[in-house]
Design a protein around this ligand. Structure first.
Ligand SMILES: Nc1ncnc2c1ncn2[C@@H]1O[C@H](COP(=O)(O)OP(=O)(O)OP(=O)(O)O)[C@@H](O)[C@H]1O
Ligand SMILES: [Mg+2]
Length: 197
């Protein structure tokens, strides 16, 4: 009976029971709960079934849908490389394609390198976004001097000092959202999001 429900729930979500990825568990549980409500008429038995479902799959779903963010202190070029690796790994866990993983990892190196070069280091927070719209959020914050002329950087008038990176403007193009808060002497915070395709 349980197998039948599982197969039916997978079919309706277009999934294969043997190939379910952890981040798809949430949707599956939603579908299974709906089946319980339809097929189990007795309210008491319904509560028992839902409680069982929660007991078996609930902890796994919660662990996947709200994993702790990765917080990294970045002060050297080695930290930048480590941050890049973490970004790729997180994107992989969220189900990003290889190309998408590289895209986000590139932005993470870019932001991390800027913090090292211009702000004496800073903090990176990488977060997997929830089930409704899976994605990855990157926050790079530092307490440096701030970006002197943000308007001209965003307008594309800034000339890259190294000519090596994508720069902030290139990073903005690579992500779905990228917002910059900066103030003279008060540091910089860049928040960027890429959703899974
Ligand atoms: N975290 C930061 N703190 C202070 N200033 C910053 C920070 N990030 C960027 N800047 C300033 O903004 C400018 C533009 O940064 P951007 O990353 O676009 O280009 P770049 O670092 O000069 O060159 P590239 O990234 O292409 O190697 C930098 O030259 C720097 O003056
Ligand atoms: Mg840069």
């Amino acid at each position: 009976m349980a197998k039948m429900w599982l197969d039916a729930a997978c079919r309706s979500l277009g999934l294969k029971a043997k190939e379910i990825r952890s981040e798809q568990l949430g949707r599956l549980v939603g579908q299974l709960s709906a089946s319980v409500k339809v097929f189990v008429r007795d309210p008491h038995a319904q509560r028992v079934c839902l409680a069982e479902l929660e007991r078996f799959i609930g902890p796994a779903v919660r662990a996947v849908s709200s994993p702790a963010p990765t917080v990294l202190l970045v002060a050297t070029e080695t930290d930048v490389v480590v941050a890049r690796g973490h970004a790729r790994k997180l994107c992989d866990q969220v189900g990003f394609s290889e190309t998408e993983q590289v895209r986000v990892a590139t932005v993470v190196s870019e932001l991390a390198r800027n913090m090292v070069m211009y702000a004496g280091g800073g903090k990176l927070t990488l977060t997997a976004l929830s089930e409704d719209r899976p994605g990855v959020r990157v926050v790079a914050e530092d307490q440096g001097q701030g970006i002197p002329d943000l308007a001209s950087v965003l307008a594309g008038r800034h000339r890259s000092k190294t000519g090596m990176g994508m720069g902030l403007i290139g990073s903005k193009r690579l992500m779905d959202q990228l917002d910059i808060h900066t103030a003279p002497g008060a540091g910089t915070r860049v928040t960027a999001i890429r959703y899974r395709r």
